[in-house]
Design a protein around this ligand. Sequence first.
Ligand code: NCD
Length: 310
Amino acid sequence: MLKNKSLISPADFSIEQIEEVLELAEQIILNPGSYSDLCKGKLLASLFYEPSTRTKFSFDAAMERLGGSTVGFDDPMTSSMAKGETIADSARTVSQYADLIVVRHPKEGTARLMSQYAACPVINAGDGGHHHPTQTLTDLLTIRHYKGSFNGLTVGVCGDLMFGRTIHSLVTCLSRYAGVRFLFISPAELKMPAYVKQELDKKGIPYLETDDLELAMPKLSILYMSRVQRERFISEEEYLRLKDFFILTKLKMALAKSDMIVMHPLPRVNEIAVEVDDDPRAVYFEQVRLGMFVRMALILKLLGLDKFGA
Ligand code: NCD
C-alpha cells in the first residue's frame, strides 16, 4: 500500500513496493489511454529550488497525461523563499492547495524536512548531492526493460561518484538485489562517498574502485555514465581539470559486451561522444521516456488512484 506515502530516499519503499510501481508503469506503457483522466481534479505542486528541465518536465508531463494539473516554480527567487519563508512553512502552505508536492533543493535533507510538515505526500526530486529516488525508479524500469531482472548484474558507474545523487540512489537501491556487483569508475578526487560504500560492506556486496574505464568495459552488464556535477564544486579550476576525465567513444564501446547497455540520467555534457548515440546499446533517450511512465505510476500509487486504471 503506497497511498499517502512520501518518497525521499529509495529505502523508503520496500522491494515489493518498488515492484508495484514498476508493474504499473509497464501496464501504463501498454495502454496509456486508459489512464488519461484518473487524476482529473488533482493538483501537483512542483517546487524546484534548483534548476531542472527534464525532471520538472517529466513530472509535469506525467501529471498532465493522467488528466491532472500542475502549479509550481523553477526559479526560487520568484517564490516566498526569497522573502525568507522557512521550508516548514512552505510545506504547510503548499499542501493546503496541492494533493502532491515534488521538491528539488540544493540542500541535503530538505525534502525529508518538507515531508514532515506537509499535509500531503512529498516526492524528492533531488536533494543536493544526496538522493534522487524517481531517477532510480526510472533506472530500474530501464534495466528491467532491457535486462529482464536485477539479479546477477555487473554494474559500472562512471564519472562523478562523489556528487552524483542519481548514482547514490541507484547503487543503494540495487544493492538490495541478489548477486549484483559494482565497478566504481572515477578519478581519485570524485570517489564514491564512504556512507554508500559502508552500506555495501555491511551487506557483503562486492565492488571495485578504478579510474580505468577501458579495463572495466568488457566486464559490464550496464555502464551508467554521469556528468561531473559542476554546481557542487567549490573550485571552478578543479571542475575544469576533471570534467573530461572520461569520454565514452565508439572505440571504447568496441570493448564492451554486445548486450551491455549504456545509461545516463542526462543532461550529458561531454562524457558520451555523440557518435555513441547510434549504437543500439545506448539507451539513455529511451530511459527518459520510461521515466515519464514510472512517474505516472508513482503519482497514481501515492494518490491511491491506481485501482481505477485498465
Ligand atoms: C540528474 C540530477 O538532477 O541529479 N538529472 C536528472 O534529474 N535527470 C543528473 C544530473 O544533473 O547530472
